[in-house]
Structures are given as structure tokens and as C-alpha cells.
Design a protein around this ligand. Sequence first.
Ligand code: ATP
Ligand code: MG
Length: 409
Amino acid sequence: MRIYKVGGAVRDRLLGKPVTDIDWVVVGATTEEMLAKGFRPVGADFPVFLHPKSGEEYALARTERKSGRGYGGFTFHASPEVTLEEDLIRRDLTINAMAEDDQQNLTDPYHGQRDLEARLLRHVSPAFAEDPLRVLRVARFAARYAGLGFTVAPETLELMRQLSESGELEALTAERSWKEISRALMEDQPQVFIEVLRECGALKVLMPEVDALFGVPQPEAHHPEIDTGVHTLSVLEQAARHKQPLTVRWACLLHDLGKGLTPEAEWPRHIAHEHKGLKLIKAVNERFKAPKDCQELALLVGEYHTHGHRALELKPSTLLELLQSFDIYRRPQRFEEFIAACEMDARGRKGLEQRSYPQADYLRGAANAARAVAVQPLLDKGFKGPELGEAIKRERLKALKAYKDAASA
Ligand code: ATP
Ligand code: MG
């Protein structure tokens, strides 16, 4: 048997990028031989094994043929006769379809090196269209390597467009889609992921609620960029620049969905978009089965981001309601993430990227003031049950009034 490094490890070494995980392909071996060498099979009918020591993935060279819709609709053929070139041709991009032996000799039948130099994300063969997940993968790689100058080859974008129109994207499972979306959002330029999806028509299928924001105007006084879609991309860009976690990035992407529902007659104003957007945010959350923390933060940011911006003007009672909605006493981290998302929203506007955001510290201070209210003295006074709850609330309100007065003095 012959063993080669393939995929990302080869690509990233040639790009001079750190290699994190290594995928291997094994040519000329049978399942029985792999098992005899101590490799552990990954799945029952999948010719992929884990190395007994390193735990890295070793796949038998295989060919694939589409036999139905979605990912389940694939038949594999793995046998010792399958060549390296046959295995490489089933891969998504030319830059991912190179192999390397232990002497670093490169096998590059589909000119991945040429495309690396040309900074092009190009599909290997027309079989690209057999797995719709590749649309998301290409957009993700575009987001990752945009900083190096990579773009999607026009003919690949055309294939992605056809795939998006074919209805195949709808066959993707929530799990496979979310894995790509969440990884793409954590790249350096996540806005490029959304841009590429939009360009090929996939955004309209996957997240029509986000797609609908493009072409929707906002008041120029607050939004010099005017377009709500452009604003959303800038917010995402800021979130990445400030190294925000996935929860915040997800909330940034979805915070303004309500603006897509505003009747044109009301443009550029978007009265109550925060509340109107909630059902759309919920729908997107559920479509991709986003993790609970992502879902929660997106809904809270959607509902309260304008409260964040107006923090310094909020009445103490409104401020208290905001803090209670976030359950800041038990979930301090989540409130920090809300503040971060608001700040990214404020900076994701043309020419305002460097603005200061005093609301952030003001909100933190308010949360601390409310948290500082001690419960013991109220217990000592004999409050219990619902009365205790009311008393705590009154004390917190008092604390917030004092906080606001001190801040504006
Ligand atoms: P990363 O750095 O994100 O791990 P990678 O290129 O190694 O990038 P993997 O998802 O680890 O990506 O997959 C390893 C290789 O398997 C890819 O480089 C590609 O050749 C191939 N591959 C993975 N998924 C697909 C797919 N859906 N369609 C075609 N080829 C794929
Ligand atoms: Mg990999």
C-alpha cells in the first residue's frame, strides 16, 4: 500500500500556513489489511479509518457516484485498484486535490498549484455539482483565503449558481449546513462567505431572510452605507476584526432581519423592526438547528439592540427590564456578548468603524449596580416569596436611578 497526505494539509503547507489536521489517503489496500494493521474503522460502510496511535484519518482511495438526492445519495467504490488520480478527481477544489508522499513529492493532476498561484478557487470536475454542500465549502474557503487574494473562478461560480437553482441545496441536512456556516463565520472575513453565497444565488435559498436585506434602505443619518445588507456584512466584518465568538457573529448576522419586512412605503424608517424580526430569527435558528447559546443570543440581540444603542437615555425602569431580560445575575457572559454585538452593530457602518461606544461601559456599570443589591438585608426584614421578589426589584431600581444620576452628573 502507498500512503499520501491529501487535501488541506498539502494546500496549507504550500501556502505557508500552519497545518492543523492531516488527512491521508491509502492506495492499493483493502479494508482487511487496514484492520490487520490496527486501524480502527470510522463507520460501518465508509472506507475511512483512524490511525491506531495518531488518531488521524486514513481513507482508502475511492470513487464516488451520485445515486440520489442529498448526501445519502452517494455510492462509493473503494478497492485496491482505485488510483490516486481517480481519488483526487472526486474532490471539490483543485487546491484541495493535491497529494504528497513522505518525500514531499507532489501529485497534482488537476493543477492545484497553478490555481494556488493564480489565487483561484476552482472546481476539479463537473462532478462538483453532485454534492450541494460544496457550494457552502467554496464560500467558506473564499472567506478564509480572501485575505490572500483568493476569489472563486467564474466557471465554478456558474456551477454554484446552477446548483442553487436546481433545488439541491434544500436536500442538505441542518447538521451539515451548520457545520459549514459556523466554521465560515469564524473565518477572518466571514462577510465574504455571505457575499459569495449571495452572488451564486445560494443565500436566497439558505437564508432568504438575510438575502432580503439587500436593497432595503435605512436612514442615512445613522447609516451612511444606507443598504441594510451592506450594513449587515460590515457588522460581521467588525465582529471578525474584534475576534468575537460564534454566538456574537451569529447574532450580528441576524440582528436586523426585521428590516426586510418593512413595507416600502415606510422606507427608510423601520419602526418596531426589532420585534418584527423575532419570528424570522427563530426560523433561521431552527432551520440550521443552531446551538442553544447562538439561538438565544440572536433573539435577544434582535429584540434589544436599539436599547443598547440608547442605553444612556433609557429610564431606570427600562434599564432594569433590559437587565432582567438577560438574567444578568446568572448569565453575566451572555450580557457581555450582547454588549459586544451592539458595539459591532454601531461600528459596522460606513465611516464609523472607529467610533467610540460609551454605551458599553455604561451598560456594564448598570449591570454591576443591579447586581450589587444585597438580598440578605431584605430577608432580615422578613420579606419572602413574591414580596421578596418585588422588594429586590425596588432596590435594584433605586440602585439604577442612583447610577444614572451619578453617570449624568
Ligand atoms: P480544513 O482546513 O478546513 O480542514 P480541508 O481541505 O482539509 O480544510 P476537510 O473537510 O478536512 O477540508 O476535507 C479534507 C479533504 O477532503 C478536502 O481537502 C477535499 O479534498 C475533500 N473533501 C471534503 N469534503 C468534501 C466534499 N464535500 N466534496 C468534495 N471533496 C471534499
Ligand atoms: Mg482537513
